[in-house]
Ligand binder design. Sequence first.
Ligand code: NAD
Length: 492
Amino acid sequence: MNVRGKLDISKIEKRAYICGEYVWAESGKVIEKSSSIDGSDLSGIAACDEIDVEKAVRAANEAFECGIWTGRTLEERKAVLLKLADLMERDREELALLDTYETGRCFKNYYNDSIPKAIECIRYFSECADKCYDTAIPSRGTEFGVIVRKPLGVVGLITPWNDPMVVDAWKFAPALLMGNSVVIKPAEQSSLSLIYVAKLTKEAGIPNGVFNVVPGYGEVAGKALALSNDVRCISFTGSSEVGKLMLTYAGQSNMKRVYLECGGKGPYIVSDKCSRISEAANVLAANMFYNEGQICSAPSRVIINKKVMDEFVNCLKKETEKFVPGNPFESENEVGCVVSRSQFDKVNGYIKWARDNGYEVFQPYLEKDNYEGACAIKPTIIMNVRNNDKIAQEEIFGPVVCIIPVDSSEEALKLANDTRYGLAGALWTDDLNEAKYLAENIETGLVHINSYGNDDNSAPFGGIKESGIGKDKSIFAFDEYSYLKTIWMHFK
Ligand code: NAD
């Protein structure tokens, strides 16, 4: 069934949300862009600049200072956030339609996976915020000390387009529960669902000024937010290149806290001691080609023992047929378009580079090719890749997997770690000793043994090296949006 008709374009809200009101950018400027599904014009979302960001930060600061939100009890904030989750559930179809419309990813994925995950994330943080205890320092005679958790003030959140609602929820839910005010700069490619959520925050009872959305271009609105002296923390998800800029902006302004969730080039080690080769191939395909490969933690480097490579690749080639792109609004399709024409060109540029440099490139045969005008890319396997080539080192962020043959698990580990990234990885083996050795030594924030993509709100998510600093999800996320204050008391 095609669900495109359910989206009423005339009713889409495209304005920024500042101090509880929808407003256009003061300059009147809008973001200009076109659809990756059919090339149609998607321009018109407010393009905020320094003036609008300053307004939003001021509103957030005033709301924080007057205590309208931070002065409420955790139980009260929790009730409001739980109401927000319920409202998002009520409007789940609308949110999924908006994200599909803007990003070209399949409605089915948004409706069944991403939007429910965002809702569950808000519920998770709401339920565990009041279970984080303050701590007493060991008693020392007449001295008594406690460590309490305090909100930071205004928190700036800068998010990407590849899973908009989920990443937004990972950040705004713990930040709000800790009592902060937030100003969120969504990606220019995917702002509509967050703009929609803004009105739900009002309906849920979040006071004016506590939740603000400033859509706009990264180098204008994002930069202004990250440079603001009144913002105490920036939590960013996006590319490592822009992540590094965040650290610079913090240094150029008020030394604000910076947390970064950046890119990845996930190693997926398959040992000759693995007996579940077809399962390893199927799990790889499901995690690599889902969301058109636009996943930071995608297992895009298969580092495989030569003895099992042919069997693995044959299974993987067959599996690619399940991930042939189709119209994202057809509710049965699994795979749609990449986010934009420029992303389409970038990914195809890497595939062309591989062909031009003599690599064998496999894509499944299609009886009917991709529908006309769409930025859709077939799942792609590049064979016998050298780990130091750019296709193995750079984040392609599309449905492209490199197969890297090795002779031993020592060599596999060396290549797995020979990357600037360190987000997620996996290893497949029946040998427990080998599993322990590899899992302990792979340099990633997350590692799977004989699986991939396991997910739970209680598990911290985030990388090391140039994949980032800090963690989203889990109770550890509260640490990013609060500071610890030690209070000493003296008794006579
Ligand atoms: P991006 O770095 O281009 O943009 C991310 C955000 O930063 C956007 O909101 C953008 O407008 C803003 N931005 C861009 N330039 C800026 C600047 N100069 N100053 C301030 N803000 C600026 O990334 P993207 O293309 O939107 O997203 C894809 C990237 O995100 C990939 O590298 C992917 O791996 C990464 N990602 C990481 C995670 C994770 O949890 N580790 C999750 C999702 C995506």
